[in-house]
Design a protein around this ligand. Structure first.
Ligand code: ATP
Length: 358
């Protein structure tokens, strides 16, 4: 029987509630299925680790993760630590250290969930956003000088490389090709940003020739926000830069009903390193420790984790269990307008796999 080694990094805030929930669902699935098992290893990195050690993770932390089959991540963010430290010290360190250059974010309106768009039927919104995850606006290039002086200067430079753009375009076209509609929208801002984004557009066109069966179009990022709201059914697979996709995918999650249900995968498509799966929401300290966190985003991230491991039947079973649970509005957490707790939703999902005791 195959045993998958999974690193669990709950991180901060509600990450500490939703990651154990995800672990419980994976465990229940493995126990019921009997064809594979999980060996979970927990890492207490994040804000508390920073307070104790002055860093978000140990210097050789990546070496501890290297041999894992996948990483299940919660969130990094702490009201008492600057955001750039929590983000760069943990999540981005892993994404960049393991060259997880494709960030993949599916969005659908799940059964039982009432999205905010009144004219949008559930079948009108079925998107997958591919975010360039290794360079662009988050390349970390820039600097700051003369701090606090009137002549203070600060820059954040967006860096795009031909290799980086080619590989994300190829990933997005391939993903679009694998979906029934074979439809890709390339998000750009080449009207105002006349260097890197123009190269981005050119490379999209070049790569498109390798995928003649994929229909594709180009959309300015500002126009794309309006299109997502006004004409959601015209989108299917979407590829965008690091910053653009970051913003578009939060909008996508909100249009699907809640930030609490949206998943994401940070993928190294070449499988040189473990890939990382996480809900898109942050640490949400406002609801931490109250049992209010919606674990559905983490469960859906676990579906993506199973797909990445090649356990397609288990992935389908978990997704079906999630949909059966969201369809029951008495099992909605507060972000969806209900009263259910994290534990109740988790138990309901796990109960789909475990035999009911006599
Ligand atoms: P961070 O600073 O770590 O990115 P945040 O706390 O600013 O995160 P988000 O996690 O992005 O914020 O979420 C914004 C709000 O949405 C939260 O304050 C919380 O009220 C709600 N929210 C987010 N995720 C969930 C969830 N899984 N379940 C319930 N509510 C959620």
């Amino acid at each position: 029987m195959k045993t998958y080694k999974i690193a669990c990094i709950p991180g901060d805030g509600i990450g500490k509630e939703v990651v154990p929930a995800g672990q419980a669902a994976l465990e229940a699935l493995a126990t019921a299925g009997g064809s594979f098992a999980f060996d979970f290893k927990n890492f207490g990195w994040g804000g508390d680790w920073y307070r104790a050690h002055g860093e978000m993770m140990p210097p050789h932390g990546l070496d501890e993760l290297r041999g894992m089959d996948a990483i299940l991540f919660g969130s990094a963010g702490d009201p008492h630590i600057p955001d750039h430290i929590t983000l760069w010290g943990l999540r981005l360190k892993i994404c960049q250290g393991f060259d997880q250059y494709a960030n993949v974010r599916p969005t659908r309106i799940l059964p039982g969930i009432d999205g905010p768009l009144k004219r949008c039927k559930p079948e009108d919104l079925n998107w997958i956003i591919v975010r360039e995850n290794s360079e662009g606006e988050y390349a970390g290039v820039g600097g700051r000088a003369h701090q606090g002086q009137p002549i203070e200067v600060a820059t954040d430079l967006s860096v795009m490389t031909r290799a980086g753009v080619e590989r994300i375009m190829r990933y997005a076209f391939k993903l679009a090709q694998s979906r029934p509609r074979k439809l890709l929208t390339v998000v750009t801002k080449s009207n105002a940003q006349r260097h890197a984004m123009v190269m981005w557009d050119e490379i999209a066109r070049e790569v498109s020739h390798e995928f003649p069966d994929v229909t594709w179009d180009k959309e300015l990022v500002d126009a794309c926000t309006a299109r997502m709201v006004m004409r959601p059914a015209t989108l299917d697979t979407v590829v965008a830069t690091n910053l653009h996709a970051d913003i578009l995918s939060d909008l996508a999650a909100a249009l699907a009903g809640s930030l609490g249900i949206a998943p994401t995968a940070n993928i190294d498509p070449e499988r040189r390193y473990p890939s990382m799966f996480e809900p898109i929401h942050g640490s949400a300290f406002d609801i931490m420790g109250q049992g209010l966190a919606n674990p559905v985003g983490t469960f859906w991230s676990c579906v993506m984790l199973l797909e990445h491991l090649g356990e397609q039947a288990a992935a389908r079973a978990l997704m079906a269990a999630i949909e059966r649970v969201t369809a029951n509005t008495t099992l909605h957490t507060r972000d969806l307008g209900g009263n259910a707790t994290t534990v109740q939703v988790t138990q309901a999902v796990c109960a789909q796999f475990l035999p009911v005791p006599a």
